[in-house]
Design a protein around this ligand. Structure first.
Ligand code: NAP
Length: 248
């Protein structure tokens, strides 16, 4: 990039899929604001790694289940770099159990982080992204939000909500050249899937035509494309990256 460097925020950017996205966007030439909640050491290590590779990055703590902290994350980014070009809403949690046993707290906790957190980040990012002239929002949902998943009524509802929110924002923001897209991963090798029992992993792989879990980098490549100029005519879409597990 010849002009001033573009700035990207990656929420939950210090671990798993977010880590791969942060590294990829840094490699693509962005200044990366790595948001973390509890993984302070991982975030600092990642910033050092990006800097060692000649890039620029900043770790910023924020609990995105709180709207005020999302607002603060955007403010810190603007105070530090005076611009915002890309927001990748990747932060997410699971709290799985069958609907019959799911408490209101379990439902609310997942909705607050995975859906309301995305809403809050989008709300406070819109103005600077409009000013950027070709802003990008990329939201990480899940195939669970499209097909449902046993034990994930809270998670699937939140991820389906993210898809609806993204389509609406894509329509509202198109006239400002701000695109909004969704990446819906299938099973990806991260902490989130590390504790699945061997039986569940085996059953999952049996459903995946490419016969393996995806890597965080498989998602990062799609995000990199959607953030780039190559994707300038794409908005309001959901891109499934799942080794062929779901085909409609
Ligand atoms: P992960 O390693 O557990 O990452 C989750 C990230 O979310 C962590 O970096 C965590 O930050 C952050 N986070 C959680 N609560 C937060 C909060 N309140 N405020 C700010 N950040 C918060 O799992 P992952 O697999 O990479 O997940 C990344 C995204 O992909 C999630 O949205 C997930 O739903 C989605 N996804 C994953 C899979 C999969 O198979 N792995 C499949 C479909 C979709 P800290 O570590 O700093 O707390």
């Amino acid at each position: 990039m010849n002009e001033a460097k573009k700035v990207a925020i990656v929420t939950g950017g210090a671990t798993g899929i977010g880590l791969a996205i942060s590294l990829q966007l840094a490699q693509d030439g962005y200044i990366v604001v790595v948001n973390y909640h509890s993984s302070a050491q991982a975030a600092q290590d990642l910033v050092k790694q990006i800097q060692a590779n000649g890039g620029q990055a900043l770790a910023v703590q924020a609990n995105l289940s709180k709207v005020t902290e999302a607002e603060k994350l955007i403010q810190t980014t603007l105070e530090t770099y005076q611009r915002l070009d890309v927001v990748v809403n990747n932060a997410g949690i699971t709290d799985d159990t069958l609907m019959l046993r799911m408490s209101e707290t379990q439902f609310d906790r997942v909705i607050e982080t995975n859906l309301k957190g995305v809403w809050a980040m989008c709300k406070y990012a819109l103005k600077p992204l409009m000013q950027a002239g070709q802003g990008r929002i990329i939201n990480i949902a899940s195939v669970a939000g499209m097909m449902g998943n046993i034990g994930q009524a809270n998670y699937a509802a939140a991820k389906a909500g993210v898809i609806g929110l993204s389509k609406t924002l894509a329509r509202e923001m198109a006239s400002r050249n701000l695109t909004v897209n969704v990446v819906a991963p299938g099973f990806i090798q991260t902490n989130m899937t590390a504790n699945l029992s061997p039986q569940i992993k085996e059953a999952a792989i049996a459903m995946i035509p490419l016969k393996r879990f995806g890597l965080p980098e498989d998602i990062a490549q799609m995000v990199s494309f959607l953030a780039s100029n190559k994707a300038q005519y794409i908005t309001g879409q959901t891109f499934v990256v799942d080794g062929g597990m779901t085909m409609y």
